[in-house]
Design a protein around this ligand. Structure first.
Ligand code: ADP
Ligand code: ADP
Ligand code: MG
Length: 649
């Protein structure tokens, strides 16, 4: 194997290439229109453009990927995770084209692709599965009878599912029929297969998974567990190993169960057996992910193994060269997924341009990232930007390092969950390890203190320097300088819901009198380089990261990321509001329209389902009324703030 094409993008493509380089293997990146200047392209020895931004035209196109591999003369393909990584047809097509697919055999991927079949295999291997129904009778009557038998609550799942899509919790018999229809529709839309399965819904469970590794010579080991209970929208955002819930005995039994399942399908390459762990200590098989998992770095940090290297070695036909007894869990590791999203608005994906970016760098901290300054985070791909992974002797140490790393990390220009992750890490129950898969839903996290006035002062100091730099006429006169000192500059900043009146004037020598909401202070700008502003008030020095994008300022005050909008002095005449308009909160594609013209609706009624970055967002009515103007239909691409539907009161 001399040249590997990485059929992926973002952080995972960069990460796979890093190991290839370690092993002296050349790398080929592929990229779509949107990714022409993405970091994964620069990280490769060569790169091939494969098509338009939509995944279907590029990263999900088997023929384009194979064509690229041939053009570049690659002899193997690494699929990363997501996209085609669990696509049996892709693995098979690689083989037919004479390329080594770095992953399990096609038949293994297929066998584990349907939850239904996977559960049957696990059961035959003697591993407990969640009680439920996975029969061929897909009628609501059959599901209802079975639900009554096993008892509520139950969970409906798409058999072909992934990423938490097509799942519905049903708490009472009366809710089953409508949940059934919804799950079928979502499964059909997302996976082209509406087969459902039913499971007993386990209350307050943990998600604990076991990493497995097998070679082509019957050697099979597990690399211990990962605790992945911190989830939003059924998707993990913090993972760790070891799990605070496992003792040596449970670890032994779960590890053995995972290896039993893997053995039953003669598993080779890296994979993950997912379990749900009930509060009573019983664990049940969920599914096998036949690929490298997003959270694989925590396992790498506690075992010292490079999982991508192991995948490549296995694909080359080498033997593992170690057995279960050679593997040890050393210390504790934690991973946080940095996502472009707004935690305050049900984690809605966010877009933007990365204007400032600085990774934490120090021992015990690893950053796997797919972004750089200038990266455009658009609507076409997953919202995960980077992963911060820390290692320590104990869980506390790994967590403390994570807190520091997240405080040091600067990402401005795109809203992220960075501060939200810090709030989770600060929570007492999280610190104690008392977590479950509904932890984020059920827990009220403390807000981190933020000083809006200080943020505004920083924005004024940054903007005045920018203006001085930008000005060519009389550059020696500072911005905000007036012959008449009494006047000063008037402006206003909008932060969240609040608007703050601001007046400032230059006192010379980088010092400004800045009045926020009627309270004045004198601040002196010390320096502003690489988005880092240092300033002084009364001999007290502070540094903050701040960038401006037109009227918008992005600022990080150590913990929080704050967005401030300077109020335009001349309001934009084109953005006049349409009365009764329901607008798109983000750019995306309309998946479903739930209402028709003339329909009476209540406040909160579901109007439109939008899809962006693989997430669905439901736009609801802000007021009751009659639908007057439906401006979109399924399939329409919309901009943020575009009017979708108009409702007469
Ligand atoms: P895990 O998060 O446990 O590794 P998931 O099934 O949630 O497993 O998916 C793994 C990752 O793969 C997701 O975080 C996402 O980034 C990516 N992914 C999942 N499905 C797709 C898809 N259809 N297209 C592109 N990426 C996907
Ligand atoms: P996906 O293919 O979407 O990853 P999984 O079957 O792995 O689907 O389940 C995803 C998540 O849903 C789990 O991590 C867990 O939080 C929750 N979950 C799945 N099955 C159950 C169950 N029977 N009871 C309670 N929670 C469940
Ligand atoms: Mg899963």
């Amino acid at each position: 194997m001399t040249k590997i094409l990485v059929a992926n993008r973002g952080e995972i493509a960069v990460r796979v290439m890093r190991t290839c380089r370690d092993m002296g293997i050349a790398t080929v990146a592929v990229f779509s229109d949107a990714d022409a200047s993405a970091p994964h392209v620069a990280a490769a020895d060569e790169a091939i453009h494969i098509g338009a931004s939509q995944s279907g035209e590029s990263y999900l196109s088997i023929s384009k990927l194979l064509d690229a591999a041939q053009r570049a003369g690659a002899d193997a393909i690494h699929p990363g995770y997501g996209f085609l990584s669990e696509n049996g047809a892709f693995a098979e097509a690689c083989g037919k084209a004479g390329l080594t697919f770095i992953g399990p055999r096609p038949q293994t991927i297929r066998a584990m692709g349907a939850k239904k079949e996977a559960k049957a295999i696990a059961q035959r291997a003697g591993v407990a599965v969640v009680p439920g129904y996975d029969g061929t009778d897909q009628s609501v009557a059959a599901f209802s009878a079975k639900a009554n038998e096993i008892g509520f609550p139950v969970l409906l799942k798409a058999s072909a599912g992934g990423g938490g899509k097509g799942m519905r919790i049903v708490r009472a018999p009366g809710e089953l029929a409508s949940a059934f229809e919804g799950a079928k529709r979502e499964a059909q839309n997302a996976f082209g297969d509406d087969t459902l399965i039913l499971e007993k819904y386990i209350e307050r469970p943990r998600h604990v998974e076991i990493q497995i590794l097998g070679d082509e010579h019957d050697n099979l080991v597990h690399l211990f567990e990962r605790e992945c209970s911190i989830q939003r929208r059924h998707q993990k955002i913090i993972e760790e190993s070891p799990s605070p819930a496992l003792d040596a005995d449970l670890r032994y039994r779960m590890g053995r169960a995972a290896v039993d399942v893997a053995r039953a399908i003669d598993y080779s390459s890296a994979g993950t057996v997912e379990f749900i762990l009930a509060p009573d200590g019983k664990f049940y098989f969920l599914e096998v992910n036949t690929r490298l998992q997003v959270e694989h770095p925590v396992t790498e940090l506690i075992t010292g193994l490079d999982l991508v290297r192991e995948q490549i070695r296995i694909a080359r036909g080498e033997t593992l060269g170690y057995g279960q007894q050679d593997l040890k869990q050393s210390g504790a590791a934690m991973e946080c997924r940095l996502c472009a999203e707004d935690p305050d608005q049900s984690f809605m994906p966010a877009i933007g341009t990365v204007l400032a970016y600085q990774e934490p760098q120090s021992p015990g901290v690893r950053v796997d990232s797919g972004i750089a300054i200038g990266s455009v985070v658009g609507i076409h791909y997953d919202s995960m930007l980077a992963k911060i992974v820390t290692h320590g002797a104990t869980r506390d140490e790994a967590r403390e390092r994570m807190e520091r790393a997240l405080r040091e990390l600067v990402v401005l220009g795109v809203p992220t969950n960075r501060a939200y992750l810090l709030r989770v890490l600060a929570n007492e129950e999280f610190r104690a390890g008392n977590i479950h898969t509904h932890f984020l839903q059920d827990t009220k996290l403390d807000a981190l203190p933020t000083d809006t006035t200080a943020a505004i002062v920083a924005c004024v100091l940054a903007s005045t320097q920018e203006r001085e730099r930008a000005r060519t006429v009389l550059p020696q006169i500072p911005s905000g300088y007036r012959n008449n000192f009494a006047l000063g500059q008037h402006t206003a900043f909008v932060v969240g819901e609040g608007e703050h009146a601001v007046r400032y004037r230059c006192l010379g020598a980088d010092a400004y009198s800045i009045e926020v909401d009627g309270k004045a202070q004198i601040a002196k700008r010390i320096s502003l380089t690489n988005s880092l502003l240092t300033y002084e008030i009364d001999g007290h020095r502070k540094s903050v990261s701040v960038v401006a994008d037109g009227e918008r300022y992005f600022l990080r005050d150590g913990v929080n990321d704050i967005v401030l909008n300077e109020k335009p002095r001349f309001p934009d005449a084109t953005s006049s509001e349409v009365k009764g308009a329901c607008i798109a909160p983000m750019p995306g594609k309309v998946a479903t329209v739930h209402v028709v013209n003339g329909q009476r609706i209540e406040k909160g009624a579901q109007l439109v389902v939008l899809e962006a970055m693989k997430m669905e967002h439901v736009v609801t009515a802000s007021h009751a009324g009659t639908v007057r103007d439906v401006r979109v239909q399924a399939g329409t691409q919309v901009h943020a703030h575009e009017v979708l539907i108009v409702i007469d009161e």
